[in-house]
Design a protein around this ligand. Structure first.
Ligand code: B12
Length: 474
């Protein structure tokens, strides 16, 4: 059987978090852990090289990858890391030109053709959900079969069996039929955490999103039924599928017992929406009596006091709400399908249940004005939030706004700048300086208040690592 190494490309914390690099997130890619687990179950040799989490250089990443003598390397990339993925692919081929490089993840799924055209060192693309696709593709490689029937891939037709970049007049990008979404997510084996060197010690979330250590994150559902125009839904679509409560509790027990994990971050787009499953998870956690704390992301329209109380009892300490804007006109344009009243109510109920609240905001939507941004700043301070994150609007490939942003302002489509720190989109009537000014102002005005500073001091007393984590990489 052949060997496939999965890798996340080198992408430094500075590139992702700018001046907040010290508090950055180094959690591993759940996609790669899932893919590695799936191919291993089918008998392939595999390994995971998390260059981004471990802050590896290109040379070190390539050295580690080649040390496994792989036949194939699978790289994952979002838009901001696609150039890093291409550079890594080139360096792998310098090391061994026979290795086939497969690229997967959100960017290649959203912009398949132009990305393959731009980066010749990617031999194959996995478009969308990858578990079925990678097995079909490895099977076609190993059996020297045709790629025509492999669902969910794209490649250079006419060059697929050659190595490197053989030039041919007839070469064109072939995008095969879409892969079917996996019907029963519980059929996927548990993520291959055991393949991560130094797990969990070397992998941590953003400092302010964690209370206990060590911590791990989970994705317990795929797809989101909502239509927010800024969200890239290209990989899992709007069709919602979920792992069962039993599957999730089993994963948590493995993390708790085998790896000593004491905090879980549920990163699902829609963790709180399906109440029956949420209740089962909470009751399961209470029954198992695990000493974990956890946080999740939530939609304000989906929470009610009773479920919040149960979540608190089961260990939930923070909910991060996608609030986006404090101006209803902007929320409506963004198709967020929530009202400011719902936001206020959900945040109040969450606080009353004893759960910390974090608000995610975006500044610089189309139609945004100084007035609407000021409304957002005032709103963020008025409601009972404990933490906020305020990012500049970035129209990501795969989101509705990517295709319409040009109509509403100046849009720089340079993928390498799409890290939400730089202003790639400037709405008509605003300027880059204004956006940066208000972004800083929002954070400063929110955090430099006695209630928030007091909260932070308490959290540091509770766990001094909450302070240390900020300093670690600065
Ligand atoms: C958790 C998460 C994070 C974590 C990532 C931890 C980590 N190391 O992965 C953190 C908080 C660090 C993060 C950061 C960022 N994120 Co993020 N994140 C997510 C989130 C919520 C879940 C990702 C996940 O685990 N999915 C589950 C796994 C199973 O899916 P997957 O990774 O897509 O992998 C599957 C397929 O894509 C495919 N696949 C992927 N790679 C490969 C490779 C091969 C070889 C093959 C065959 C298949 C394959 O198969 C996998 C299994 O089906 C997604 C939204 C979402 N629901 O997916 C956003 C998302 C990926 N993030 C996004 C963004 C924008 C960012 C940031 C730029 C934001 C920022 N400034 O902080 C950074 C960039 C980080 C980076 N390294 O590139 C966007 C990407 C949009 C885009 N076009 O680029 C998403 C899609 C959110 C959205 N809906 O808009 N993120």
């Amino acid at each position: 059987m052949s060997t496939i190494v999965f890798a996340a490309p080198p992408l430094t914390l500075e590139e992702r978090y700018g001046t907040l690099a010290g508090a950055g997130n180094t959690l591993p890619s759940m996609g790669l852990l899932s893919l590695a687990s799936v191919v291993r179950k089918s008998g392939y040799k595999t390994a995971v090289v998390e260059a981004s989490s471990l802050n590896l250089s290109y040379d070190e990443t390539v050295r580690q990858i080649l040390s496994f003598s792989p036949d194939y390397v699978g790289i994952t990339a979002t838009t901001v890391s696609i150039f890093h993925a291409a550079k890594l692919a080139g360096k792998i081929k310098e090391g061994n030109k026979n290795i086939k490089v497969i690229i997967g993840g959100s960017h290649i799924t959203a912009l398949t053709k132009e990305t393959l055209e731009m980066f010749p060192d990617f031999d194959f693309a996995a478009v969308g959900e990858g578990e079925e696709t990678i097995l079909e593709l490895l099977n076609a490689f190993d059996n020297r079969g045709s790629f025509d029937d492999v669902k969910g891939i794209a490649y250079r037709k006419g060059q697929e069996s050659g190595v490197g970049s053989r030039e041919s007049e007839e070469v064109y990008i072939q995008i095969n039929e879409k892969q079917d979404l996996i019907k029963d997510l519980d059929s996927i084996p548990f993520p291959a955490w055991d393949l991560l060197p130094d797990f969990p010690k070397a992998y941590h979330p953003v400092a302010i999103r964690c209370r206990k250590y060590p911590a791990a994150h989970l994705l317990t559902s795929r797809g989101c039924p909502h239509r927010c125009i800024f969200c890239d839904t290209s990989v899992f679509s709007r069709k919602y599928r979920a792992f069962s409560a039993e599957y999730i509790l089993e994963m948590i027990k493995i993390l708790y017992n085998k790896y000593g994990i004491r905090e879980i971050l549920f990163e699902d787009d829609v963790f709180v929406i399906f109440k029956k499953r949420l209740v089962e998870i909470c009751e399961g956690l209470l029954k198992e009596n695990l000493k974990i704390s956890w946080s999740c992301l939530g939609r304000v329209h989906a929470v009610k006091p009773d479920i919040l109380k149960l979540m608190k009892k089961a260990g939930c300490w923070q909910i991060g709400y996608g609030i986006e804007s404090g101006d209803q006109k902007i929320l409506d344009f963004a198709k967020k399908a929530i009202t400011l009243e719902q936001v206020e109510e959900a945040v109040r109920w969450t606080k009353e249940a004893g759960i910390h609240t974090k608000g995610f905001f975006i500044l610089g939507f189309p139609l945004e004005t100084e007035e609407s941004i000021i409304n957002t700043i005032i709103f963020s301070k008025r409601i009972m939030l404990d933490d906020i994150s305020a990012n500049l609007m970035t129209p990501f490939p795969g989101s509705e706004i990517y295709n319409i942003a040009d109509k509403y302002g100046k849009f720089n489509k340079d993928w390498s700048k799409m890290n939400m720190l730089q202003s790639v989109f400037i709405p008509n009537g605003l300027s880059e300086d204004k956006l940066n000014y208000y972004n800083k102002k929002m954070l400063k005005e929110f955090y430099l208040r006695p209630r928030i500073i007091g909260n932070y001091l308490l959290r540091m007393l509770e766990n001094p690592r909450n302070a240390g984590n900020f300093k670690r990489r600065s």
